[in-house]
Design a protein around this ligand. Structure first.
Ligand code: AMP
Ligand code: MG
Length: 328
């Protein structure tokens, strides 16, 4: 396939074109408030197959279905509980994905054969307009080759999938920068499957108890793979600011610091600071672009400093840990 057209999302004509591509079974990369998504008509199994091929994503990893208003839920799920409705009222549109029992008409390909479907209503105006104009729910995973660091600007999509998508809408950098919070509503208690910018404390304020999936559950659940969001360069997480970098002398190494670096070493070839003031929102926004810049240097190893796993810190450390999990 030829290189994809990159069109400015600020032009209404680009959005009309993109909506036509989706309706015709094509693939469009578009900005959301979290990361760039690779979207297609969620109810068209052929189009969904193309997403898995483009990303080289294993078919056991289900997609999130994006909608622009709640009336679209009727096509996807049979009914809503009070808790689910409350979460939607509190956090939609926004970076919260709910895993809900699905309607039979949602293709099994979208949900990897699971009886549940993951649904989200993004708040990004480009995503909203695209879904409305397309007139169908849009299935969209992150717009990157499977397992690699998620894209937070149009150039990241060009770099990873440029020749595998029909159209890329450039809407500038994503304001949040880490993927949505995912909550499963199927069990006795709502369960946090993936931490994101909507924190567990914020969820509990709205619906009471929310349990965190145990590491064992998340490791075996489809799509929640221990290694994900990963740089090609191996990464080690530095738990304790006092710990020395353990790199052998001949290795060229880089450091990812959340705020002011705690580790200084003459051998560091590059340092990326996510937020000089330690603001976790800014750190999350910069995380994937910084990982990509470090990865592009072709170093032997990356070290990442850790942050407190509270609030958004939980999502940041979740992504870093998956990045640092060695490939088999
Ligand atoms: P991505 O869009 O690349 O962030 O990937 C979407 C993720 O949503 C998947 O990798 C799963 O972790 C999660 N997901 C989607 N559908 C379901 C589902 N039915 N049950 C549990 N997790 C899901
Ligand atoms: Mg992804």
């Amino acid at each position: 396939m030829a290189a994809a057209q990159v069109l400015p999302a600020s032009n209404p004509e680009s959005l009309r074109l993109a909506a036509g591509v989706i309706r015709n079974g094509g693939l469009v990369a578009f900005p959301t408030e979290t990361v760039y998504g690779l979207g297609c008509d969620a109810l068209n199994p052929d189009a969904v197959t193309r997403i898995f091929e483009a990303k080289q994503r294993p078919s056991f990893d289900p997609l999130i279905v994006h909608i622009a208003d709640r009336s679209a839920l009727e096509t996807l799920i049979p009914l809503l509980s009070t808790r689910e409705r409350r979460l939607m009222e509190a956090f939609w549109p926004g970076p919260l994905t709910l895993v809900l029992p699905k309607h039979a008409r949602v293709p099994d390909l979208v949900t990897a054969g699971l009886p549940t479907v993951a649904v989200r209503m993004p708040s990004h105006p480009v995503a909203q307009t695209l879904i409305r104009e397309a007139g169908v729910p849009i299935a969209a995973p992150s717009a990157n080759p499977f397992g690699y660091v998620s894209p937070t600007c149009a150039q990241h999509v060009v770099d990873g999938l440029g020749d595998r998508v029909d159209l890329i809408l450039d809407g500038g950098p994503c304001p949040i920068g880490v993927e949505s919070t995912i909550v499963s509503m199927g069990g006795t208690w709502p369960e946090l499957l993936r931490p994101g910018s909507i924190t567990i404390a914020a969820l509990r304020k709205v619906i009471g108890p929310v349990v965190r999936a145990t590491p064992n559950q998340t490791l075996t659940a489809p799509g929640h793979l221990p290694r994900h969001y990963a740089t090609l360069t191996p990464m080690t997480i530095l738990a304790d600011p006092g710990i020395e970098l353990m790199a052998p002398d001949h290795e060229r190494v880089g450091l990812l610091a959340i705020s002011q670096p705690n580790h200084r070493d003459d051998r560091l070839s590059a340092i990326e600071v996510l937020s000089a003031t330690g603001d976790l929102r800014e750190a999350a926004r910069n995380l994937f672009a910084a990982l990509r810049r470090l990865d592009a240097l072709g170093l032997d190893r990356l070290y990442a400093e850790s942050c407190d796993e509270r609030g958004l810190g939980l999502a940041i450390m979740d992504r870093l840990r998956r990045c640092a999990t060695p490939a088999n």
